[in-house]
Design a protein around this ligand. Structure first.
Ligand SMILES: [Zn+2]
Ligand SMILES: [Zn+2]
Length: 117
């Protein structure tokens, strides 16, 4: 349904479910993880995520207790995050989708830390 890839193209994946809303998270952890004012995320079912290439480049970092952020160790792009205690879901970083993101609904979260927009 959707294809995504990291900045260097080593990690490629597909998402096989309809994405409705993208959340722009303004929390400090997302800001630092992405080196950006905010980060886009959307929750998907793990079973609907298929990795096509780059498994050897996926590296995990536990940014808070029980939350792992997964990124490409070649280009640094944040692919998704997950919590082992919630094994059915992934928190996808949809800005890596090769899709027109302007068609999705946008919601802003953790706006108390908002720097812009
Ligand atoms: Zn990469
Ligand atoms: Zn956040």
């Amino acid at each position: 349904m959707y294809q995504g890839e990291c900045l260097c193209g080593a990690v490629k994946y597909a998402v096989n479910e309809v994405i409705d809303t993208l959340e722009c998270c303004h929390c400090l952890k997302c800001r630092k993880a992405h080196a950006s004012a905010f980060a886009m995320g959307t929750t998907i079912t793990r079973a609907n995520f298929s990795l096509h290439s780059g498994a050897e480049h996926l590296t995990e970092f536990e940014s808070s207790a029980g939350k792992l952020r997964v990124f490409c160790n070649q280009c640094g792009a944040h692919i998704y995050a997950y919590r082992p205690r919630e094994p059915l879901n992934l928190r996808l970083r949809p800005a890596l989708l090769n899709t027109d993101l302007s068609k999705f609904k946008i919601k802003h979260i953790f706006t108390a830390n908002r720097l812009c927009l």
